[in-house]
Design a protein around this ligand. Structure first.
Ligand code: FAD
Ligand code: DLZ
Length: 510
């Protein structure tokens, strides 16, 4: 036995770099469902089902292809409940001379793996993760010496590097890099949204559902109606479904929120891209192909590709550039505990209730719900970054520290001083009213701001603006907000601040 090859739960592809040069006749692959990974946060039950089932399908496929795979299925009485323990036991059993793995996606585990050569007494080779378009080093080189890191400029580099939506003269197709201005329509029921792609659970998935219901009963969410893909073929079918039925409208309604539809025109591909069932570049190439063949408009395809080769790569770069200190940042000095209704959905704020309830049922909410509803509320209320970050890490099927943390701590909470946005995405109820049909069904009145039944977002917005004057008044993109605030009648300002104080004191009652 020469090498052990560790494949983690989010590395489920035969293209993973750890397998480069490996020999089925010589090397043993190790995969393990372990308590330590399944419990470092209150992972949604559907996320556990997705990962354990996808891991089991992947291991079965490797065995069919002739690999020797040591696979540990989860059981609370397993003697080895961490990846390190599983590997240590495998070294004892096989006498392996070396461990090979691909760099993992989060600092917590990365810091452990970096110590393994010492703790386990064999060389540990950690390879680059080739699934990303920019390596960590490439991002660090790009960032070096820049006063400000802006996603838009990094994104253009990624467009040039991949050639996606580039003309033969190396300019952007449509003469514009970004079509965001076209992508802000409210959705009022037309065109109809496509039914989400579904896969019925097979025997492996049904076993895992039973396991999760038995051993992770206290975790967030439900396993009911589990319909995620758990194999690359089904994930590929989900991609085709998106391209055929949702991509044409993805751009127009990218920022829309609906009271009745959970998924709108989003792709619901992040759970698969993040665990290895889909390759991000191949996903973008398929979308670009849809534009080239006239099946989707440029504003939709560019918007979609920007999310993947722009935002997704950018947040990963920021994460590895600034960890581990990044996770401790609290630039706005927030100190409020996360309201309990984030876990129950029991609040009379319709938009919050709907976003949290969808999250509980689906382990999914789309970007604008995450950013402008649950995120916006946490920002306005001044929730502690660590508590809101842990919530986001737990509740979504696509959540991993490297992508969740910059989105929450940076984009939503502005706790990092502004790498993810030059101003905070703070908004009053007006924004939610403009982009959704929630307010018509809400207990609160979005057109009021100081009364007992006024939309909480309104007074909380002005409270946020007022209490962070020192942080933001000199920000050119926020100047108008401060002028609007200062122009208001002093009695109105006092009433708004009092209303906000009452809301914050009684936050659990909202
Ligand atoms: P679509 O709207 O169809 O977008 C297409 C793809 O673009 C996604 O599949 C995803 O791979 C990528 N993408 C879009 N926006 C981002 C972004 N801001 N950062 C990284 N990738 C992006 N995404 C995660 O994958 N994991 C997370 O844990 C996560 N946490 C988030 C927390 C907050 C507070 C916010 C505001 C965003 C978060 N995102 C996260 C980004 C984004 O919301 C999700 O990627 C998206 O909602 C996934 O759904 P979808 O596949 O239908 O995406
Ligand atoms: C998220 C997760 C879970 C829930 N369970 C496992 C597991 O049992 N075994 C495993 O190898 N990986 C798991 N993962 C993913 C890791 O915790 C970790 O988030 C990623 O590997 C980071 O790249």
């Amino acid at each position: 036995m020469a090498n052990l090859i560790l494949i983690l739960g989010d590395q489920l592809t035969t293209d993973i770099s750890a397998l480069n040069g490996a020999e089925p006749s010589r090397d043993r692959i190790v995969m393990a469902e372990v308590h330590e990974e399944a419990s470092y946060t209150n992972h949604h039950k559907k996320k556990l089902v997705l990962l354990f089932s996808a891991m089991r399908h992947f291991a079965a496929r490797l065995r069919e292809a002739g690999w020797e795979v040591h696979y540990q299925a989860y059981h609370p009485d397993n003697p080895h409940q961490s990846l390190e323990d599983v590997i240590a036991e495998q070294i004892r059993e096989t006498g392996a001379e070396r461990l090979i793995t691909t760099e993992c996606g989060e600092w917590r585990l990365h810091a452990q793996i970096e110590q393994w050569h010492r703790r386990l007494g064999i060389p540990v080779e950690i390879r680059n993760d080739g699934r990303f378009i920019a390596s960590k080093k490439e991002f660090a080189d790009w960032a070096e010496g820049r006063k400000q890191l802006r996603m838009e400029f990094f994104y253009r580099e990624m467009r040039r590097k991949t050639g996606l939506l580039m003309t033969p003269e190396n300019g952007p197709e449509g003469d514009q890099w970004n079509f965001d201005a076209d992508n802000r329509k409210k959705w009022s029921g037309k065109p109809p949204v496509p039914a989400p792609f579904r896969v019925e659970p097979d025997a492996i998935t049904r076993d895992v559902i039973e396991l999760v219901d038995e051993h992770f009963a206290d975790h967030f969410g439900t396993t009911d109606d589990f319909h995620f893909a758990v194999t690359p073929e089904d994930a590929e079918a989900a991609l085709e479904h998106f391209i055929d039925f949702a991509l044409p409208c993805f751009g127009d309604f990218q920022d829309a929120i609906s009271d009745s539809e959970d998924w709108l025109f989003h792709s619901i591909l992040s759970p698969y891209i993040n665990c290895g069932l889909l390759d991000p570049l191949a996903v973008c190439e398929a979308a670009a192909q849809a534009w080239h063949s006239g099946r989707a408009p440029l504003n939709a395809v560019e918007g979609f590709i920007r999310q993947i080769i722009g935002w997704r790569e950018f947040v990963r770069g920021i994460y590895w550039l600034h960890m581990p200190e990044y996770a401790q940042e609290n630039g706005l000095s927030n100190s409020r505990a996360l309201p309990w209704f984030y876990w129950t959905g029991e609040t009379r704020m319709r938009c919050m209730h709907k976003a949290i309830d969808a999250t509980r049922r689906n382990a999914y909410a789309h970007h604008i719900q995450r950013l402008m509803v649950t995120g916006n509320f946490a920002l306005l209320a001044g929730v502690k970054p660590e508590e809101i970050c842990d919530w986001y890490l737990a509740v979504y099927a696509d959540a991993y520290d490297w992508v969740e943390l910059p989105n929450v701590l940076g984009m939503v909470m502005h706790a990092d001083g502004g790498y993810l946005g030059s101003k905070p995405y703070a908004a009053s109820g007006k924004y939610i009213h403009r982009m959704s049909d929630h307010c018509a069904n809400c207990h609160y009145n979005v057109n009021k701001s100081t009364e007992d039944d006024a939309c909480p977002f309104n007074a909380l917005y002005w409270h946020f603006i007022n209490r962070h004057r020192e942080d933001f008044a000199s920000n050119p993109r926020m100047g108008m907000m401060y002028r609007n605030w200062d122009k208001q009648d002093p009695d109105k300002r006092t009433a708004l601040l009092r209303r906000a104080e009452r809301l914050l004191v009684n936050i659990e009652e909202l």
